[in-house]
Every structure is written in structure tokens, then in C-alpha cells.
Design a protein around this ligand. Sequence first.
Ligand SMILES: [Zn+2]
Length: 189
Amino acid sequence: MFGLFRKKKQLSEMTVKEVMGALHAKYPILVTKGIYEPPTHRCSRWILVSGPFYRDTDYNCSILVDATQMYDWAVKNTTSVGYSDERTEAAKDFFPEWVKEADSEDETVTLLDESMHDALKDWDIDFITFGWAKVWCPECKNFTGVFEKVQDEFQRTQDKLKCISFLPEWNCELGHVLRKESDEPIRFF
Ligand SMILES: [Zn+2]
């Protein structure tokens, strides 16, 4: 499949956008088309990135991320990540200009549309590690402090891979399940 890129450029020299463009030209059905309508309201300080509100089935907790911290990450993310769904891709590209204007005085929670949620949900563990997120335990009816150690470690090392362990289950201080993988992991024998 990657043969189609070789005539012009090595795949490693192409940007994500170029790869997606080439895929779209060659296999239009592979890429889902759709028009994304970006939000017209101003983003408040806290964005609900994942949780039961979005029917994220693995989640009991709700993850709120501080929008005022996200701009640099969001800009970088537009060039380093590509989505085959055009609406998700457009939402990802729109995100930096939205968080750039986030209202730091407004402590309310902003909800994401479906495409924006799709573009951001897989990064929630990164946002927690960076120390930008608050994680709400619905059983405690409070934000949990269990990620503080991870956040301290990240502040020290600036290397998220040294801090994140992909546990199948996250728990709060009192053992309530915050997140649980719903699917059995695939095993190869
Ligand atoms: Zn709890």
C-alpha cells in the first residue's frame, strides 16, 4: 500500500497531512467525508475531555482539562497527528485557535462536540500526566489526588513515557474504579 508514496517522496519525509492527502486521492472511501462546524461559543477554562457524559464506556470518572495550558500542545498536535475522519481532522485543526481564546476567568466546564471529543479523548492520560487535568471520582464526589505522584515525576523528568503505566484499571484513593478497560486485551501465543 505504501508503494503509492514512493514515486514522489519517501514516506518518512512526508507530513501527516501529505500522507492523508495521498490516501484520500488514492482511496477516497477509506477517508470518511464530512463537514465540521466548529463551535462558535468561547471556550471556558475547563474542558470535559472524557467521561460518562460522552458515553465513554470505560470511564466512571470525568476528566477536566485546563484549556489555558493546551495551546502549544494543540498547535504541535495539528501537524503530528492525522485522522481518517475528515470532521475529526478538522476539529483537531480548529482546536488551537479555540483554546487560544479560552476564558481563564470562566471556571465553568465546556463540553465538546462529537468530532472534537474524538480528536482529544485518546490524549487524556497525557493531559493528566502533564498536570493539566482534574479527575472527578463520582463515588467520592470529589477530585482525586492519586495522579499527583505521576505529575511530580513528569515535572522532574519531562518524559511522559517514564511516568505512564498503562494499567487496565485506575482507582481513586478509596479504591473506587475510575476507569476500566472494557475489552479483554488481545493476546498472542
Ligand atoms: Zn473515589
